[in-house]
Design a protein around this ligand. Structure first.
Ligand SMILES: *Cc1c(COP(=O)(O)O)cnc(C)c1O
Length: 416
């Protein structure tokens, strides 16, 4: 069946025809049959150079042979025990080796679960209810973080989704990224009420938005002075911007960190971890409850360990490739009057009306989403699969060849 026919059937069976909203687009999403290296192959046998890469986990590309081999071998020994395994220790050690701020950690199944648990832990540890999050910051799809962004300054929790009780978000205060004044106003206005600030150190779910010079350092200073825990959500940046994530790259020690995506090598995973005195409060050691049937499963851990071992050798090469591609793409974007932003292997062209810098979500939402989707479809017809949203990041992988990149740059030139 063709993608358009499959989509018609799927829409009868699943809301919007998909298992996660951003995969849907009109007139129909492309149904994928297989993937290999940098390429997706659809059910109609068309091939695309993929810059979605499963929305981030596949930094080694699709079907990396070493990961495949490790997972195949691991499957032979069974795939779920409901009891501890050695790989938990192995992957913990690998993560700790690169994330100096993490003394202890807990494996979960998704990034959503990781941030949900980290926030619960911060609240339990501090005995405070309020949290601060950044407008446009994405931490998964649980109640506390599904908060609408209002315009300007600090905004108070209004649910961003039907079904989220007002009570669930009334303790979530939202402030713009790169805005220290907003942060210090909130901290001063709510002394001893705020458990934590959760932040993507490089915003990765509204395109790519970089922190201004010293922004993160000041965020660290202000949170510390006010006795507020700092949670770095490094689900995208971890093992990407550098092995030790944005915290290593920018030299900042958060109190808690959440990881996901890359560390499962393409299989479901999440991690939250941080300072020992905080992590000791997680059950069964402490009284902050957290649990999961599939947590620490052998397949995700095996794929994650293999992926990180490979990254230890080649992450610099991927990031150098990203830097070179970014430079060319920035030139093309600028020529067309658009804003380019990128770091390491993530990047985005923002379809802004003017050449304005994008410094936060409030800037990013001014982009022309309709025009982006037009651009996206032109790229598809050139055989390039971008994330189907102005707000989702492009992901470059180990598997993208120089030829892929040349073809992609040519397509950007023609389609923008
Ligand atoms: C993807 C993402 C999450 C959610 O992870 P899931 O595995 O999709 O639940 C959380 N935080 C950030 C920064 C993410 O990019």
């Amino acid at each position: 069946m063709k993608s358009s026919d499959l989509y018609k059937v799927a829409k009868e069976l699943m809301p919007g025809g998909v298992s996660s909203p951003v995969r849907a687009f009109e007139p129909n999403p492309i149904y994928i049959k297989a993937a290999n290296g940098s390429k997706l192959i659809d059910v109609e046998e068309r091939e695309y150079i993929d810059y979605c890469m499963g929305f981030g986990p596949l930094i080694l590309g699709h079907k990396n042979p070493d990961v495949l081999d490790a997972v195949r071998k691991r499957l032979e020994r069974g795939w779920l025990y409901g009891a501890p395994i050695e790989e938990e220790i192995e992957l913990s050690k690998l993560i700790k080796k690169h994330f100096k701020s993490i003394d202890m950690l807990r494996f979960v199944n998704t990034g959503t679960e990781a941030t949900m648990s980290a926030i619960r832990l911060a609240r339990g540890f501090t005995s405070r209810d309020k949290i601060i999050k950044i407008g446009g910051g994405f931490h998964g799809a649980h109640d506390t973080v599904l908060v609408k962004t209002g315009s300007g300054g600090a905004t108070f929790g209004i649910p961003d989704s039907a079904g989220v009780p007002k009570d669930s978000v009334k303790n979530t205060i939202q402030i713009p990224f790169n805005d220290l004044e907003a942060l210090s106003n909130v901290l001063n206005g709510h002394k001893e009420e705020i458990a934590a600030l959760i932040i993507e150190p490089v915003m990765g779910n509204v395109g790519v938005i970089l922190p201004k010079d010293d922004y993160l350092r000041e965020v660290r200073n202000l949170t510390r002075e006010n006795d507020v825990l700092l949670i770095f959500d490094e689900v995208i940046t971890g093992f990407r911007i550098s092995l030790g994530g944005a915290q290593e790259y920018f030299g900042i020690d958060p109190d808690l960190t959440t990881l996901g995506k890359i560390i499962g090598g393409g299989f479901p995973i999440g991690v939250f971890g941080g300072r020992r005195e905080i992590m000791e409060n997680v059950a069964p050691e402490g009284d902050v409850y957290q649990a999961g049937t599939f947590s620490g499963n052998p397949i995700s851990l095996t794929a994650g360990i293999k992926t990180i071992e490979i990254l230890e050798r080649i992450l610099n090469d991927i990031n150098e490739k990203g830097r070179r591609m970014g430079k060319s793409l920035a030139g093309i974007a600028e020529e067309k009057g658009y804003f380019f932003s990128g770091i390491a292997s993530i990047f985005k062209v923002f379809l802004t009306e003017s050449r304005e810098r994008i410094e936060n979500y409030e800037d990013a939402i001014k982009c022309d989403k309709r025009r982006y989707m037009e651009f996206f479809k032109r790229m598809l017809s050139c055989g390039i699969y971008l994330p189907p949203s102005q707000f989702e990041t492009n992901f470059l992988s180990l598997a993208h060849s120089n030829e892929d990149i040349e073809r992609t740059l040519e397509a950007y030139k023609n389609c923008l």
